[in-house]
Design a protein. Structure first.
Length: 276
Protein backbone atom coordinates (compact mmCIF):
# COMPACT_ATOMS: atom_id res chain seq x y z
CA UNK A 1 0.00 0.00 0.00
CA UNK A 2 1.24 3.49 -0.85
CA UNK A 3 1.62 5.64 2.25
CA UNK A 4 -0.99 8.43 2.54
CA UNK A 5 1.47 11.28 1.90
CA UNK A 6 2.70 9.73 -1.34
CA UNK A 7 -0.89 9.07 -2.42
CA UNK A 8 -1.69 12.74 -1.84
CA UNK A 9 1.38 13.89 -3.76
CA UNK A 10 0.62 11.53 -6.66
CA UNK A 11 -2.97 12.68 -6.96
CA UNK A 12 -1.93 16.32 -6.85
CA UNK A 13 0.78 15.79 -9.47
CA UNK A 14 -1.70 13.97 -11.72
CA UNK A 15 -4.24 16.78 -11.40
CA UNK A 16 -1.68 19.51 -12.07
CA UNK A 17 -0.16 17.68 -15.05
CA UNK A 18 -3.59 16.98 -16.55
CA UNK A 19 -4.72 20.60 -16.24
CA UNK A 20 -1.45 21.99 -17.59
CA UNK A 21 -1.54 19.51 -20.46
CA UNK A 22 -5.07 20.57 -21.35
CA UNK A 23 -4.04 24.23 -21.25
CA UNK A 24 -1.10 23.58 -23.54
CA UNK A 25 -3.04 21.35 -25.94
CA UNK A 26 -6.26 23.35 -26.15
CA UNK A 27 -4.96 26.85 -25.49
CA UNK A 28 -2.08 26.96 -27.95
CA UNK A 29 -2.50 30.19 -29.94
CA UNK A 30 -2.24 30.01 -33.70
CA UNK A 31 0.33 32.82 -33.60
CA UNK A 32 2.47 31.34 -30.82
CA UNK A 33 5.72 33.27 -30.50
CA UNK A 34 8.95 33.11 -28.51
CA UNK A 35 8.73 35.00 -25.21
CA UNK A 36 12.40 34.65 -24.24
CA UNK A 37 15.58 32.67 -24.91
CA UNK A 38 17.86 30.83 -22.50
CA UNK A 39 21.25 29.31 -23.31
CA UNK A 40 21.25 30.46 -26.94
CA UNK A 41 18.93 32.16 -29.48
CA UNK A 42 17.46 28.76 -30.41
CA UNK A 43 16.81 27.66 -26.79
CA UNK A 44 13.39 29.20 -26.42
CA UNK A 45 10.61 29.89 -23.93
CA UNK A 46 7.06 30.54 -25.10
CA UNK A 47 4.24 32.34 -23.33
CA UNK A 48 2.64 28.91 -22.85
CA UNK A 49 5.63 27.55 -20.87
CA UNK A 50 5.18 30.42 -18.44
CA UNK A 51 1.39 30.05 -18.23
CA UNK A 52 1.61 26.29 -17.64
CA UNK A 53 4.17 26.65 -14.85
CA UNK A 54 1.99 29.27 -13.14
CA UNK A 55 -1.03 26.97 -13.36
CA UNK A 56 0.94 24.09 -11.83
CA UNK A 57 2.55 26.04 -9.00
CA UNK A 58 -0.66 27.89 -8.14
CA UNK A 59 -2.66 24.66 -7.99
CA UNK A 60 -0.11 22.83 -5.83
CA UNK A 61 0.33 25.84 -3.53
CA UNK A 62 -3.43 25.96 -2.93
CA UNK A 63 -3.29 22.45 -1.47
CA UNK A 64 0.22 22.46 0.02
CA UNK A 65 1.23 26.08 0.64
CA UNK A 66 4.40 25.29 2.59
CA UNK A 67 6.10 22.99 0.07
CA UNK A 68 9.12 24.10 -1.95
CA UNK A 69 9.38 24.48 -5.73
CA UNK A 70 12.03 24.23 -8.44
CA UNK A 71 10.63 25.10 -11.86
CA UNK A 72 12.23 25.57 -15.26
CA UNK A 73 10.60 28.95 -15.80
CA UNK A 74 11.69 30.46 -12.51
CA UNK A 75 9.57 29.00 -9.71
CA UNK A 76 11.93 28.62 -6.75
CA UNK A 77 11.22 28.43 -3.03
CA UNK A 78 12.62 26.43 -0.14
CA UNK A 79 9.46 25.40 1.71
CA UNK A 80 9.29 24.05 5.26
CA UNK A 81 7.75 20.57 4.85
CA UNK A 82 10.64 18.58 3.37
CA UNK A 83 8.65 18.30 0.11
CA UNK A 84 9.90 20.03 -3.03
CA UNK A 85 8.14 19.98 -6.39
CA UNK A 86 10.40 19.83 -9.46
CA UNK A 87 8.45 21.08 -12.46
CA UNK A 88 9.04 21.22 -16.19
CA UNK A 89 5.78 22.73 -17.48
CA UNK A 90 6.62 22.03 -21.12
CA UNK A 91 9.42 19.61 -21.93
CA UNK A 92 9.96 19.79 -25.67
CA UNK A 93 9.27 23.50 -26.17
CA UNK A 94 10.75 23.65 -29.67
CA UNK A 95 8.57 20.71 -30.73
CA UNK A 96 5.58 22.56 -29.29
CA UNK A 97 6.53 25.79 -31.04
CA UNK A 98 6.63 23.97 -34.39
CA UNK A 99 3.44 22.00 -33.78
CA UNK A 100 5.22 18.66 -33.38
CA UNK A 101 3.42 16.29 -30.99
CA UNK A 102 6.33 15.10 -28.83
CA UNK A 103 6.18 17.28 -25.73
CA UNK A 104 5.16 16.67 -22.15
CA UNK A 105 4.41 18.10 -18.73
CA UNK A 106 6.78 16.70 -16.09
CA UNK A 107 6.12 16.98 -12.34
CA UNK A 108 8.11 15.28 -9.59
CA UNK A 109 7.83 15.47 -5.81
CA UNK A 110 10.95 15.10 -3.69
CA UNK A 111 10.89 14.19 -0.02
CA UNK A 112 14.02 15.19 1.88
CA UNK A 113 15.96 15.32 -1.40
CA UNK A 114 14.81 11.97 -2.85
CA UNK A 115 12.26 11.75 -5.65
CA UNK A 116 9.22 9.84 -4.37
CA UNK A 117 6.57 10.65 -7.00
CA UNK A 118 6.83 11.36 -10.71
CA UNK A 119 4.17 12.13 -13.32
CA UNK A 120 4.73 12.79 -17.02
CA UNK A 121 1.71 13.71 -19.15
CA UNK A 122 2.07 13.57 -22.95
CA UNK A 123 -1.26 15.04 -24.14
CA UNK A 124 -0.74 14.61 -27.89
CA UNK A 125 -0.11 10.90 -27.30
CA UNK A 126 -3.08 10.69 -24.96
CA UNK A 127 -0.76 9.06 -22.40
CA UNK A 128 0.22 9.75 -18.80
CA UNK A 129 2.99 7.92 -16.95
CA UNK A 130 3.54 7.84 -13.21
CA UNK A 131 5.61 6.19 -10.52
CA UNK A 132 5.86 6.10 -6.75
CA UNK A 133 9.21 5.11 -5.25
CA UNK A 134 9.24 1.41 -4.46
CA UNK A 135 5.80 0.82 -6.02
CA UNK A 136 6.50 0.46 -9.72
CA UNK A 137 5.58 2.56 -12.74
CA UNK A 138 2.28 2.68 -14.60
CA UNK A 139 0.64 4.43 -17.52
CA UNK A 140 -2.78 5.20 -18.95
CA UNK A 141 -3.45 5.66 -22.64
CA UNK A 142 -5.51 4.39 -25.55
CA UNK A 143 -5.61 0.92 -23.98
CA UNK A 144 -8.20 -0.08 -21.38
CA UNK A 145 -7.27 0.62 -17.77
CA UNK A 146 -3.88 1.26 -16.21
CA UNK A 147 -0.84 -0.58 -17.55
CA UNK A 148 2.19 -1.52 -15.45
CA UNK A 149 5.38 -0.45 -17.20
CA UNK A 150 8.33 -2.78 -17.70
CA UNK A 151 11.46 -2.00 -19.68
CA UNK A 152 12.36 -4.25 -22.59
CA UNK A 153 14.37 -7.44 -22.16
CA UNK A 154 17.97 -6.45 -22.85
CA UNK A 155 19.19 -7.17 -26.40
CA UNK A 156 22.83 -7.34 -27.48
CA UNK A 157 24.16 -3.80 -27.80
CA UNK A 158 24.24 -3.98 -31.59
CA UNK A 159 20.48 -4.60 -31.53
CA UNK A 160 19.67 -1.80 -29.07
CA UNK A 161 17.54 1.19 -30.07
CA UNK A 162 18.83 4.22 -28.18
CA UNK A 163 17.61 7.81 -28.03
CA UNK A 164 19.52 11.00 -27.28
CA UNK A 165 19.18 14.77 -27.35
CA UNK A 166 21.31 17.69 -28.43
CA UNK A 167 22.23 20.93 -26.70
CA UNK A 168 21.35 24.35 -28.07
CA UNK A 169 24.93 25.68 -27.77
CA UNK A 170 26.69 25.03 -31.07
CA UNK A 171 30.06 23.81 -29.71
CA UNK A 172 28.35 21.36 -27.35
CA UNK A 173 26.02 20.18 -30.08
CA UNK A 174 28.90 19.53 -32.46
CA UNK A 175 30.64 17.35 -29.86
CA UNK A 176 27.39 15.49 -29.16
CA UNK A 177 27.00 14.83 -32.87
CA UNK A 178 30.49 13.33 -32.95
CA UNK A 179 29.63 11.03 -30.02
CA UNK A 180 26.46 9.92 -31.83
CA UNK A 181 28.48 9.33 -35.03
CA UNK A 182 30.77 6.96 -33.13
CA UNK A 183 27.89 5.18 -31.41
CA UNK A 184 25.62 4.58 -34.41
CA UNK A 185 27.66 1.70 -35.96
CA UNK A 186 27.59 -0.09 -32.58
CA UNK A 187 23.79 0.09 -32.12
CA UNK A 188 20.63 -0.85 -33.97
CA UNK A 189 19.98 2.86 -34.43
CA UNK A 190 19.65 6.21 -32.66
CA UNK A 191 16.49 8.30 -32.26
CA UNK A 192 16.03 11.94 -31.21
CA UNK A 193 12.58 12.95 -29.96
CA UNK A 194 13.24 16.40 -28.50
CA UNK A 195 11.82 15.62 -25.05
CA UNK A 196 13.92 14.04 -22.29
CA UNK A 197 10.81 13.26 -20.22
CA UNK A 198 9.19 11.37 -23.11
CA UNK A 199 12.42 9.48 -23.87
CA UNK A 200 12.74 8.32 -20.25
CA UNK A 201 9.12 7.16 -20.25
CA UNK A 202 9.72 5.34 -23.54
CA UNK A 203 12.57 3.44 -21.88
CA UNK A 204 10.14 2.58 -19.07
CA UNK A 205 7.47 1.47 -21.54
CA UNK A 206 9.83 -0.75 -23.55
CA UNK A 207 9.77 1.48 -26.63
CA UNK A 208 13.49 2.18 -26.35
CA UNK A 209 16.37 0.09 -25.05
CA UNK A 210 18.24 3.11 -23.78
CA UNK A 211 18.59 6.88 -23.64
CA UNK A 212 21.42 9.29 -22.86
CA UNK A 213 21.95 13.03 -22.91
CA UNK A 214 24.32 15.68 -21.67
CA UNK A 215 23.15 19.03 -20.31
CA UNK A 216 19.89 18.08 -18.59
CA UNK A 217 18.57 20.03 -15.62
CA UNK A 218 16.80 18.52 -12.59
CA UNK A 219 13.36 19.41 -13.98
CA UNK A 220 14.12 17.63 -17.26
CA UNK A 221 14.69 14.25 -15.67
CA UNK A 222 13.32 14.11 -12.09
CA UNK A 223 9.98 12.50 -12.94
CA UNK A 224 11.14 10.47 -15.94
CA UNK A 225 14.17 9.08 -14.10
CA UNK A 226 11.95 7.70 -11.32
CA UNK A 227 9.48 6.25 -13.84
CA UNK A 228 12.30 4.50 -15.73
CA UNK A 229 13.83 3.07 -12.55
CA UNK A 230 10.50 1.85 -11.24
CA UNK A 231 9.96 0.08 -14.57
CA UNK A 232 13.17 -1.88 -14.06
CA UNK A 233 15.64 0.27 -15.99
CA UNK A 234 19.00 1.31 -14.60
CA UNK A 235 19.81 5.03 -14.52
CA UNK A 236 22.95 6.96 -13.75
CA UNK A 237 25.47 9.48 -15.01
CA UNK A 238 29.17 8.90 -15.41
CA UNK A 239 30.28 5.53 -13.94
CA UNK A 240 29.43 5.39 -10.25
CA UNK A 241 27.47 8.64 -10.31
CA UNK A 242 23.81 9.65 -10.37
CA UNK A 243 22.23 11.32 -13.40
CA UNK A 244 23.52 14.88 -13.60
CA UNK A 245 24.11 17.82 -15.91
CA UNK A 246 27.31 16.16 -17.17
CA UNK A 247 25.49 13.02 -18.27
CA UNK A 248 22.23 11.14 -17.78
CA UNK A 249 21.82 7.54 -18.93
CA UNK A 250 18.82 5.20 -18.67
CA UNK A 251 18.64 1.72 -20.16
CA UNK A 252 17.51 -1.83 -19.62
CA UNK A 253 19.97 -3.58 -17.27
CA UNK A 254 21.85 -5.55 -19.94
CA UNK A 255 22.34 -2.45 -22.10
CA UNK A 256 23.12 0.11 -19.39
CA UNK A 257 26.68 -0.85 -18.47
CA UNK A 258 27.82 -1.23 -22.08
CA UNK A 259 26.23 2.06 -23.14
CA UNK A 260 27.58 3.93 -20.13
CA UNK A 261 31.09 2.55 -20.76
CA UNK A 262 31.04 3.68 -24.40
CA UNK A 263 29.74 7.13 -23.45
CA UNK A 264 32.58 7.51 -20.96
CA UNK A 265 35.11 6.34 -23.56
CA UNK A 266 33.74 8.75 -26.17
CA UNK A 267 33.65 11.69 -23.74
CA UNK A 268 29.88 12.19 -23.92
CA UNK A 269 30.09 14.11 -20.64
CA UNK A 270 32.41 16.73 -22.19
CA UNK A 271 31.04 20.20 -22.93
CA UNK A 272 32.62 20.39 -26.37
CA UNK A 273 34.82 23.37 -25.57
CA UNK A 274 38.63 23.04 -25.99
CA UNK A 275 40.37 22.15 -22.75
CA UNK A 276 43.19 24.22 -21.27
Amino acid sequence: MIEPLHTELLQLAHDAARRAGELLRDGRPADLTVAATKSSPIDVVTEMDIAAEKLITDLIAQHRPHDGFLGEEGASSEGTTGIRWVVDPLDGTVNYLYGLPTWAVSIAAEQDGETVVGVVAAPMRGETYHAVRGRGARATGAWVGERRLTCRPSPPLDQALVSTGFNYVSEVKAHQADVARRLIPLLRDIRRSGSAAVDLCDVAAGRLDGYYERGLHPWDLAAGDLIAREAGALTGGRPGERPARELAVAASPGVFEHLQRLLEEFGAWHDGHPSG
